[in-house]
Write a new protein. Structure first.
Length: 95
């Protein structure tokens, strides 16, 4: 969204996608510091977080929200959208 305050444009940019694909890492790279927590498993970002990039740009970090509701647990595990310890059919993932 874009709004103007005091004659200057301000923008909020949302970062969305599958869980554990590097949304928070992109934000940390843009800021050149660790502002958003990251990890090697899905679910590190629990809620929406805002981070100020500069005076006119706010970044909105979101948890993984783009998941196909018809996807099987195996499909989600292969995309690293669910933690391995939550998968019942590990043999299905290995096939």
């Amino acid at each position: 969204s874009v709004a103007t305050y005091g004659g200057k444009a301000r923008m909020t940019v949302g970062i969305v996608g599958y869980p554990n694909v590097g949304k928070s890492s992109v934000i940390n790279s843009l800021l050149r510091q660790k502002a958003a927590p990251t990890g090697d498993r899905p679910g590190i970002t629990k809620c929406l977080q805002t981070v100020q990039l500069d005076k006119g740009i706010t970044l909105l970090d979101s948890p993984g929200v783009v998941i196909d509701p018809s996807a099987s647990t195996v499909d989600l595990a292969l995309r690293h959208c669910v933690a391995v310890d939550k998968v019942d059919d590990l043999e299905g993932v290995a096939r």
